[in-house]
Design a protein around this ligand. Structure first.
Ligand SMILES: [Zn+2]
Length: 355
């Protein structure tokens, strides 16, 4: 596998052969809320991804969820976040039951890359992690929690460019701590301990926990906390991090806190992270431990994680030949003034609060 920054770098999982014949349309993914097809846009002949969102008007909850996702897809302007290129108009308003969204076509996703036999170099891991955090910093600056960060929601193209996708569970952060937020979020393996412990209010640190799990999975090529149930999920986490102090369980529900306190006192065993792979260097494990903190208020932010020395090479690699924000001239590379831009505005969800 080539490094992500050599010319013609490609992910061997999906080497793209030249296509002299027009490629047939085909399904490429099945999400919880729709099917994604790889199609040719007849208007310009370009290959794009077409997502069908079926039965969107079935009930009010589904209407609101789809509307929120579409609004977000149209709001995003960032190279590491998937956005809508177009939304197709229904041919007739009377049979308007499904919505079709066109997005950029990406060849694969990080789950497929991780389970494939292709080697993942330290360069790959760094440039992937850099882009995940770069996209997440942007989302969090817009006030958006993704709430389902997992390898399958991180699309990757043949040049190792990565984009965060699937905003079906995303929402705007809730500053009012008395407001309850749903716990039906995040695929279990990537679910933060505060959600597993029944916290009714959480912040964007839940996304950072998921990124930490993915970082470890990139290093070790296997799911870090692969449990059969939410309780076992919590047990696997405390096996690694040790029994949390009471202060780290402030927002937990009584039953979950009792479960932890009833069990044996566990010491942390973080040194096992060095055994994930030969790429698990001091710097890598240091950053990983800052993401996998039990207490969400102590967990590192996307912005601060991007300032960690482990990500310097990923940043350089990304902006040397993969980004759209810098460019080359005959005398060298002209770099952007802001390597990890924030959103210019916060995502406005005030329409949801109107009756
Ligand atoms: Zn750049």
């Amino acid at each position: 596998m080539k490094s992500p920054c050599t010319s013609g770098a490609s992910m061997p999982a999906s080497p793209l052969p030249p296509h002299p014949e027009p490629e047939p349309d085909r399904p490429i993914g099945y999400g919880a809320f729709g099917v994604v097809w790889s199609v040719t846009d007849p208007r310009d002949g370009k290959r794009v991804a077409l997502k069908k969102m079926p039965n969107v008007f079935q009930n009010l909850v589904s209407c609101k969820r789809v509307f929120r996702e579409l609004k977000m897809l149209c709001f995003f302007k960032h190279d590491n976040v998937l956005s809508a290129l177009d939304i197709l108009q229904p041919p007739q308003i009377d049979c308007f039951e499904e919505i079709y969204v066109i997005t950029e076509l990406m060849q694969t996703d990080l789950h497929k890359v991780i389970v494939s036999p292709q080697p993942l170099s330290a360069d790959h891991i760094k440039v992937f992690l850099y882009q995940i955090l770069r996209g997440l910093k942007y989302l969090h600056s817009a006030g958006i929690l993704h709430r389902d960060i997992k390898p399958g929601n991180l699309l990757v193209n043949s040049n190792c460019v990565l984009k965060i996708c699937d905003f079906g569970l995303a929402r705007v952060e809730e500053p009012d701590e008395s407001q309850h937020m749903t716990q039906e979020v995040v695929t279990q393996y990537y679910r933060a301990p505060e959600i597993l412990m029944g916290s009714r209010h959480y912040q964007n640190a839940i996304d950072i926990w998921s990124v930490g799990c993915i970082f470890a999975e990139l290093l070790g090529r296997r799911i870090l906390f692969q449990a059969q149930s939410p309780i076992q999920q919590l047990d696997l986490i405390t096996d690694l991090l040790g029994t949390p102090p009471l202060t780290a369980m402030r927002s937990a529900c009584e039953g979950a806190r009792a479960h932890i306190l009833r069990g044996p006192h566990k010491p942390p065993s973080l040194s096992v992270l060095y055994m994930l792979s030969g790429e698990a260097t001091h710097e890598a494990v240091h950053l990983l431990c800052r993401m996998l903190l039990f207490d969400p208020s102590k967990r590192i932010s996307a912005k601060d994680a991007l300032a960690h020395p482990y990500l310097e090479e990923g940043r350089l690699r990304y902006h040397t030949c993969m980004c759209h924000c810098c460019y080359s001239v005959s005398s060298g590379r002209v770099y952007t003034a802001d390597f990890e831009p924030t959103a210019t505005d916060r995502f406005d969800d005030s329409y949801e609060k109107r009756a």
